[in-house]
Every structure is written in structure tokens, then in C-alpha cells.
Design a protein around this ligand. Structure first.
Ligand code: SAH
Ligand code: SF4
Ligand code: F3S
Length: 510
């Protein structure tokens, strides 16, 4: 960490003479842009655990009479970061609003995973220009994974100069200071740390809803799949301590939450970074299953690190659900090698067999990329045949998108876009076909549904999810919202199920 970064992490109190001097020396303009070179590093630097998040005295009440709005793009990790930022805003005295016109601060929490994700954000920054021109006091901020990219920050500096604030994924806890800087500075405040990352505990959170909750178990990713930007935007793999996770889940159970999703980019690597204890995801799940909460899920699994201990624990069932999201990316061993996924088609299929043997009722879902550089028709066919062989319940499918700075972006690509699109269509047709088949099997069966609320299209219909994460629409009393109920499936559609409630359950059944 250089002097400027060190100072940036220490409290700068403008009313304090000494720090005012530091301030003017180093902060005529807060400008710490991202560095891809630093983000690539995986040093031995120890992960620091911080438990001391406090809002400094002079910033308390900063949000009185002001409103915030956060728009979230990307994965659950980003959704959860938004919950943390909302928590910080609330502690500062801001009130939430769901209208951009009404807001005094607008944050775009961005995703960098594919080019179209980025284009959407640039479009949105453009749309917000008239509002910013109309309300010069409005703070317009960009945070999340895109902010960690040098090219993005440079583009904003050049083309979207009305943006007030850019910060990344490692310094969310600095939000109070950064807002303060943005209010005081006429220039764009940029503070992005391209470090490996720390673990910050006890950050405030305002969770979306009171039925399901996300719990981070680890941050970052060290897998460096050749196509993927995440290891650069989220830093190195670092696990939260088991006791902190267990305490958070217990607390959520006590508050009445019914479902927990454990989050990490590669949750199967959980605990690998501990040097004082031998403790993995299986051990953690084995402790969490004893907590009185109806359902526990986790995402995302990497096949390489999915070990026997975890399978053995998942087979115990109970509140550990029988659904596993296990991204395969491709069915061709050659493509998997180019992707640096570190497993072959055969090893993936072996793992699936092992899981199915231990958890016969398991449902598997996956992620697939088509049109990776130089993917041949035969290699793509291998993806289709693997999909059939495993019999996935569903899949997220993507056309490969080159990300600047990743090894795959330097590979020559001889697959024309029309071919990529056609492969995607063929894959999606298969995904739909198998999904429809699997859904059909539900007709006439009774499933357990965690009721989340009224259906989006019809307030007379309730909607909720099964343990395998299938959306069920059914008629039932409003009192069932937030409860686990039994629903008989009357009709299966490709992606959802229709049914009738057969019995209301009081309390939590495992
Ligand atoms: N950590 C998770 C996935 C995170 S990103 C895992 O390893 O499974 C979610 C999905 O986006 C990935 O599984 C992959 O299928 C897709 N993806 C990632 N980078 C991509 C790229 N450059 N182009 C297209 N799809 C990509
Ligand atoms: Fe990206 Fe691979 Fe890490 Fe998943 S495991 S976040 S695909 S680098
Ligand atoms: Fe996107 Fe970052 Fe998640 S790139 S998918 S928001 S980790």
C-alpha cells in the first residue's frame, strides 16, 4: 500500500487541523484508479479481518433529509453488497427511495461479467445525465465490478464527466468517507483498491425481504478461468471465519428467516486459506444443518473442489436442500482445458455420478458458455451430449464474451458470431426440452413450497419456491406468506408449476 492509499484508509477529519493539512496535501482530489497489474497479483499478504466498522462522529447524520437509490446489476454477491450499502446509508440517516428523480444519491452497482452487462450500465449512466444536469447537487456514483476495471474508469473519466464518484468492491465500508469527499469535491472522486482484499465483519445490512437471506461465506476467486474477469474484480479467495458465519445464520434463524443462501464465487474452496484450522465447506454445512432454519443453499460450486466430505454431509439432507448448481461450462475436455477449468468431461461426469449415488433425489443445474474461441462443431456437440447425460433441471447459457485483460481475450477466435448464436439456440432448445420433461414429472405430486408473496401477474395467486428452487403458483390464503406449505401440482409448464394448497403447515418443518 502506498502512502496515498494508507492515508486514504485513515480517517480524515476536516475539522482536525493536522488531518486538514494531510487532506490538502493528498486530497486536492481523491484519485486512486484501478490497476489490472495489481489486481492480477496473488501474494502472500495476509488477509486482514476487521470487526470495527463505525461511522465517525463528524459524518453521523450526514444523510438527514436526503434519499438514496441503488440500482443493482449482476450476481447475488452484488445484490448482497447492495444490502450492505443500504445498511450504511441508513446508519448515516439517509432514507431509501425507489425513484431516481426523488434521490439525492444514485449508485449503480455494476457487473463486468459480459460485454452486454457493461453496455447496459453505460446506457443507464447516459440516461441519468439530464437528471444530473437538472439537479447539480445529486451525487451520481458507479461502484461494483466494472469500477475495478481500468478501461471502464478511463471511459467514465473521458465520456461521462458528470459522474461524481467511483469506488470498487473492496472499499464499500469507506462509503461514508467517499460520500463526504464527493460532497466537498468539485472533481470526480475515484477510489478503487486493486488489492487482494480483506474481510470486513459487522457491516450494517438492510436485507431485501424477511423470508430469504444471503450470507457471504467467502470473497474473491483464485481459479482464473481464462475467460473470466471475476478474479480481477473481486480479489483473492478469502474465507470468513466459521464462527462469524454460524453466528450470522443463528441470528437470521432467530429473526424468523426460513431460507439461507451461502454465497461465494467458488464456495467449495471455503476454508482453504485458513492456516490455523483444517476446515472446509462440508464441515461448515455440518454445523449449519443443526441450526433451526428450514432451508440452506449455497452458490456457486466449482466441480474441481467438490470433495467427498461435502457430498457426505449434503446426503444427510434435513435443511440442506437437494439442489446443486454445478457449472460445467463445456462438455469438451479440450475446451475445458483452454478455459483452465481444471477438470475433464470424464471427471465432471464421475463427480455427478458420485453425487447422484449419495443423494438419489438430487437436482442439478449448470452454467454453459458456447462459442469459446475455436470451439468446433464436434466440441459443441459434446456439450449437448453431456447435458443429456447428466439430465440437468435447467441451465444459464451464454455466448462467450471477451473480457479485456483475461488470457482468453488474447486467443484468436475463428467462430463467427452467427455460429455462436446458432449454437446458443440449439443448446437452449435442449435445455427447454429437458426442463419441460422434468417439470412434467411433478404433475399430481405434492411439494413443499416456501411462500414468498403474491404472484407478479395476479394478486389472487401466491408464489413460492420448492426445495429444488422451482417456482410454484397456487391459490392459497395470504396468511401462508412466509410459511412452508404443501402444494399439489396440477399443471407443469416449462419453467413453472401450477398447483393447489393441500395443507398449511405451522412453523418450520425440516
Ligand atoms: N463463480 C461461478 C460463476 C460466476 S460468473 C463459477 O465458477 O461457476 C457466472 C457465469 O457467467 C459463469 O459460470 C459463466 O458461465 C459465465 N461467464 C463468465 N465469464 C464469461 C464470459 N467472459 N463470457 C460469457 N460468459 C461468461
Ligand atoms: Fe470466474 Fe472461474 Fe472464478 Fe467462477 S471459478 S468466478 S468462472 S474464474
Ligand atoms: Fe458480475 Fe461481479 Fe458478480 S462481474 S457476476 S457482479 S462478481
Amino acid at each position: 500500500m502506498n502512502e496515498k492509499q494508507r492515508l486514504a484508509t485513515t480517517l480524515v477529519n476536516p475539522s482536525d487541523k493536522k488531518s486538514e493539512k494531510d487532506y490538502s496535501k493528498y486530497f486536492e482530489r481523491v484519485y486512486i484508479p484501478p490497476s489490472l497489474k495489481d489486481a492480477k497479483k496473488r501474494g502472500k499478504e495476509e488477509v486482514k479481518y476487521h470487526k470495527d466498522f463505525v461511522i465517525p462522529e463528524h459524518l453521523k447524520g450526514m444523510g438527514e433529509g436526503r434519499k438514496f437509490y441503488i440500482r443493482t446489476y449482476g450476481c447475488q454477491m452484488n445484490e448482497h453488497d447492495t444490502e450492505v450499502m443500504a445498511g450504511i446509508f441508513m446508519q448515516l440517516g439517509y432514507k431509501p427511495t425507489d425513484s431516481t428523480e426523488d434521490a439525492d444519491v444514485i449508485l449503480l452497482n455494476t457487473c463486468a461479467i459480459r460485454e452486454n452487462a457493461e453496455n447496459k450500465v453505460f446506457g443507464e449512466i447516459g440516461h441519468l445525465k439530464p437528471l444530473k444536469m437538472e439537479k447539480p447537487d445529486l451525487i451520481l456514483g458507479v461502484c461494483g465490478c466494472m469500477s475495478q476495471e481500468e478501461s471502464v474508469v478511463n471511459k467514465i473519466l473521458k465520456q461521462y464527466q458528470y459522474v461524481d464518484l467511483i469506488f470498487g468492491t473492496h472499499n464499500i465500508h469507506r462509503l461514508p468517507h467517499l460520500l463526504n469527499e464527493a460532497y466537498m469535491s468539485k472533481e470526480m472522486v475515484v477510489e478503487v483498491w486493486s488489492k487482494e482484499g480483506d474481510v470486513i465483519e459487522n457491516l450494517p445490512k438492510v436485507r431485501k425481504g424477511n423470508i430469504k437471506a444471503w450470507v457471504n461465506i467467502m470473497y474473491g476467486c483464485d481459479k482464473f478461468c481464462t475467460y473470466c474477469i471475476v478474479p480481477y474484480t473481486r480479489g483473492k479467495e478469502r474465507s470468513r471465519r466459521p464462527e462469524d458465519i454460524i453466528q450470522e445464520v443463528r441470528h437470521l434463524a432467530a429473526q424468523g428467516y426460513k431460507e439461507i443462501t451461502l454465497l461465494g464465487q467458488n464456495v467449495n474452496a471455503y476454508g482453504k486459506d485458513f492456516d490455523d484450522i483444517k476446515y472446509g465447506l462440508g464441515d461448515l454445512m455440518d454445523e449449519l444443518r443443526k441450526i433451526d432454519i428450514a432451508r440452506i443453499r449455497f452458490t456457486t460450486s466449482h466441480p474441481k473442489d467438490f470433495d467427498d466430505r461435502l457430498i457426505e454431509v449434503l446426503a444427510k439432507g434435513g435443511n440442506l436442500v437437494d439442489h446443486i448448481h454445478l457449472p460445467v461450462q463445456s462438455g469438451s475436455s479440450e475446451i475445458l482445458k483452454l478455459m483452465a477449468r481444471k477438470y475433464t468431461r470424464e471427471q465432471y461426469l464421475e463427480l455427478v455420478q458420485k453425487i447422484k449415488k449419495a443423494i438419489p433425489n438430487v437436482s442439478l443445474t449448470t452454467d454453459i458458455i458456447v462459442g469459446f474461441p475455436n470451439e468446433t462443431d464436434e466440441q459443441f456437440e459434446e456439450t449437448l451430449s453431456l447435458y443429456r447425460e447428466v439430465g440437468f433441471d435447467s441451465a444459464y447459457t451464454f455466448i462467450y464474451s471477451p473480457r479485456e485483460g483475461t488470457p482468453a481475450a488474447k486467443m484468436k477466435d475463428n467462430v463467427p458470431m452467427e455460429v455462436k448464436k446458432e449454437r446458443l439456440q440449439r443448446l437452449n432448445a435442449l435445455v427447454n426440452e429437458i426442463s419441460a420433461q422434468k417439470m412434467k414429472e411433478y404433475e399430481g405430486k405434492v411439494v413443499e413450497v416456501l411462500v414468498e408473496g403474491e404472484s407478479k401477474n395476479n394478486p389472487d395467486i401466491l408464489a413460492g419456491y420448492t426445495r429444488k428452487n422451482k417456482l410454484v403458483n397456487f391459490k392459497g390464503p395470504k396468511s401462508a406468506i412466509g410459511q412452508l406449505v404443501k402444494v399439489k401440482i396440477t399443471k407443469a409448464k416449462t419453467w413453472t408449476l401450477d398447483g393447489e394448497m393441500v395443507e398449511e403447515q405451522i412453523g418450520v418443518t425440516l
